[in-house]
Design a protein around this ligand. Structure first.
Ligand SMILES: Nc1nc2c(c(=O)[nH]1)N[C@H]1C(S)=C(S)[C@@H](COP(=O)(O)O)O[C@H]1N2
Ligand SMILES: [Mo]
Length: 314
């Protein structure tokens, strides 16, 4: 039933006590109801853990109008638990992930593979453009997310570092970002969970301008972004190097509110919202892919809205 399994982790998950994630792409499996999801998941998980455990449903939610995510837990001693996340597309199970808590010495029975993100980028998906984009609904105001909490920000010590495989690494204070020259864009914003908001106005430094200054090396393919709260994400270099991508410092003509990522956040309108990291502190240009926070939980390496790239497919 398992096609490929990858072991991964992320900085943010470590702060939540999760030391590793086992992310399994499975042979597509049709289900008619939720009890069938439970039965399937129980037998898969028991095979991987090599013992008989029972799952309890923790929560479930829609991810767009096209996917459903079920979260189970296997309760262990001392309040620890193994989390299980099941990704269902329509009525088809496509992915199962296990989150393993720190300090749990447990054998996992699976054949490991190396995750190859470039295979995802050639994945074929019909892309007839609709408004709202496929699987999304418009709401009036953005939902605010802070999966790792809202960090304390001290502008006197805050800096944005731009480094990695670049000719001219740079470090900016907020006034220095303004000095690079700002532009204002009006854009829709799309969260992978299914809500979209029209016409948000962001002001900031175009990512293209920063790229001109730091001069990434030819070998750069990925951009890894780190935030003050420990949140991370990964973006294909070509998506960062897009005229609409901003290092935003204002929203609707006012400095970003702390809830929206003060002092600076990314805004990458063509990608789902989780790529638009808030409270950013470092942008690293890389020639290799590594998972960020949501990518380590099965979300797509690129996350293009027009191609409906919500979860990894391979
Ligand atoms: N640091 C950090 N950045 C983040 C998130 C987060 O939890 N922490 N959530 C992401 C997600 S999933 C979305 S949809 C957008 C939401 O932006 P908003 O909170 O300004 O509406 O922020 C993204 N950036
Ligand atoms: Mo999101």
């Amino acid at each position: 039933m398992i096609k490929q399994c990858y072991e991964t982790s992320s900085k943010g998950l470590l702060t939540k006590g999760v030391s590793r994630v086992l992310d399994c792409a499975v042979e597509e499996y049709s289900v008619r109801d939720v009890p069938e999801v439970v039965d399937y998941t129980t037998s898969l998980v028991n095979r991987v853990l090599g013992k008989n455990t029972s799952l309890s449903l923790d929560s479930s939610e829609c991810i767009g109008t096209t996917h459903t995510l079920y979260r189970f837990r296997i309760v262990l001693e001392k309040g620890k638990y193994i989390g299980v996340r099941v990704v269902v597309r329509g009525r088809t199970i496509v992915r199962v992930l296990l989150t393993i808590p720190m300090g749990l010495d447990i054998g996992l029975h699976y054949q490991g593979s190396i995750y190859n993100p470039t295979r995802e980028l050639t994945w074929k998906q019909s892309n007839t453009q609709t408004d709202p984009p496929r699987g999304q609904v418009y709401v009036d105001l953005p939902v605010v997310y802070a999966i790792l909490g809202i960090p304390d920000v001290d502008l006197r010590s805050w800096r944005l570092s731009i480094n990695g495989l670049v000719e001219n690494p740079a470090v900016y204070t907020l006034p220095e970002l303004y000095d690079l020259g700002v532009e204002t864009v009006k854009t829709s914003f799309h969260c992978v969970t299914g809500w979209s908001v029209r016409e948000l106005e962001f002001t900031g430094v175009p990512a293209e301008r920063i790229i001109e200054v730091v001069k990434p090396l030819k070998s750069v393919e990925w951009v890894y972004v780190e935030s003050l709260d420990g949140y991370t994400t990964i973006i294909p270099f070509t998506e960062l190097n897009n005229p609409k991508t901003l290092i935003a410092i204002e929203m609707n003509g006012k400095p970003l509110n702390i809830l929206h990522g003060y002092p600076a956040r990314l805004v990458i309108p063509q990608l789902y919202g989780w790529k638009s990291a808030k409270w950013i502190s470092r942008i690293s240009f890389m020639n290799k892919y590594i998972d960020g926070y949501w990518e380590s939980l099965g979300y797509h390496p690129r996350g293009r809205v027009d191609l409906e790239e919500r979860f990894k497919n391979t």
